[in-house]
Design a protein around this ligand. Structure first.
Ligand code: FEO
Length: 422
């Protein structure tokens, strides 16, 4: 019986030479049913990028996943650019997550002499995931270099918790190419490798895809993102390209993705964009009536509004929007003395991803007795939200209650505008 992954949708294009002796290899994931991390929908796909650097010695960086024919296709791509596995001298492990490091056991088996370079933190993980013996692993300190000969020198910078503990980035000194693994990555399949091969509008699309990617997998670790960016700041004038393990290579507009990440990391401290994300669920339309009035109130104050319905809209999208918004409206009824369940799921994820320091309005109805309010307080207790008085009612909302919701939304919008990043 065919598995889900037997569907078409994994496209291996030809390897690209990024600059003299530096290559990108990789696969586009275009299967609409694929879930990133097994969690996040990516209807427009993503890419898994690996890289290769040739000096007198050969190094490969950020490998690939073990899925279907990935090992064969990845191996073939490397052969086409003159990197047969048995000739690879060094494997650089920026990050151990299996979408990149899944290939490690194959590599270790095919080539018995190659050395595996990683941070000290990565060593137990490499053994756990790939059973590579210690004498084949080289621990690198922050700033260490590896001379490949012919002018190519790799330098390693630890970037812990972006987004796993063992992460590092690798800089090729002669070309100025920075291999950042997940950092500066995005969703979205890659048809043209470089930013300057696509329109400004398409670049913006990748930035938007980067925002959702960030909210889904990196946001919780924003303070570590700030530390990593600060550490790498002196390097920026020398950087010619940013090569992430997902998404396009940023060359002419590298500031665009750096600035986007700086801004995304800042959202963790509270003020974000002067926008409001409305997340709502309604059983019979009574809460929806209030949502419509709330949205009117927000619009009357001129703030940008994003609307998501749960459970119809996936929480991955809700997270992306909530992360960039300074204000949130949560609208849900009580259900069996507790909160409408899909909203509880959203709030649980907000807690896990640390969607903190927002201006918030909760609205919602109940049938016989409340319960959503109490669960809302419990689920959001650690998020440091500044909540307006909630608007709650029994049965259908009267015109007076709807007006109260409208006015509360206007007040929320005013607070958001005063609070947001300028
Ligand atoms: Fe793309 Fe954290 O792996």
């Amino acid at each position: 019986m065919a598995s889900t992954y037997d569907l078409p949708g994994f496209v291996w294009n030809k390897a690209t030479e990024l600059t003299d002796g530096v290559y990108r290899v990789g696969v586009n994931i275009e299967d609409p049913d694929y879930l990133f991390e097994g969690l996040w929908p990516i209807p427009d796909g993503t890419s898994i990028n690996g890289y290769a650097v040739r000096g007198e010695k050969k190094a490969i960086i950020d490998l690939t996943q073990i899925l279907f024919d990935f090992p064969d296709r990845y191996t073939k791509q490397l052969e086409e650019i003159g990197f047969p596995l048995e000739d690879v001298d060094y494997v650089i492990i920026n990050h151990l997550e299996p979408d990149h490091a899944g290939f490690l056991p194959v590599m270790a088996k095919v080539n018995s002499k190659t050395k595996f370079y990683c941070t000290p933190k990565a060593v137990p993980g490499i053994q756990a995931f790939a059973s590579i013996p210690l004498d084949r692993i080289v621990e690198v300190n922050d700033g260490d270099t590896l001379d490949l000969g012919a002018g190519k020198v790799l330098q390693f910078f630890h970037a812990p918790n972006v987004h796993w503990p063992e992460v590092m980035v690798t800089f090729e000194q002669s070309s100025g190419v920075l291999f950042t693994c997940d950092a500066f990555g995005s969703y979205g399949r890659v048809d043209e490798v470089f930013d300057d091969q696509i329109s400004d509008a398409k670049q913006e699309w990748y930035i938007q895809e980067a925002e959702r990617y960030y909210a889904n997998i990196v946001a919780k670790f924003s303070r570590f993102v700030v530390r990593a960016i600060d550490k790498l700041a002196p390097l920026v004038p020398q950087i010619s390209m940013i090569c992430p393990s997902h998404g396009i290579v940023w060359r002419s507009k590298k500031d665009k993705i750096i600035d986007a990440y700086i801004r995304l990391a800042k959202y963790a401290d509270g003020p974000a964009e002067p926008e409001v994300t409305v997340i709502w669920g309604s059983m019979y339309g009574y809460t929806k009536q209030m949502v419509d009035r709330v949205i009117e109130g927000l619009h009357s104050e001129g703030v940008k509004v994003h609307v998501y319905r749960v459970p119809k809209d996936d929480v991955g999208y809700v997270l992306g929007s909530a992360w960039r918004s300074s204000g949130l409206v949560l609208a849900m009824p009580t259900y069996e003395y507790r909160m409408f369940p899909p909203m509880a799921h959203v709030l649980d994820d907000f807690g896990r991803k640390e969607v903190k320091r927002k201006k918030v309005l909760r609205v919602g109805g109940f049938g016989w007795s409340g319960g959503a309010s109490k669960e809302f307080s419990n689920l959001t207790a650690g998020l440091e939200w500044d909540c307006l008085p909630e608007v709650e009612w029994q049965g259908h909302a009267s015109p007076e209650v709807l007006q109260k919701g409208y006015e509360a939304a206007r007040e929320l919008a005013r607070q958001v505008k005063a609070y947001a990043l300028k």
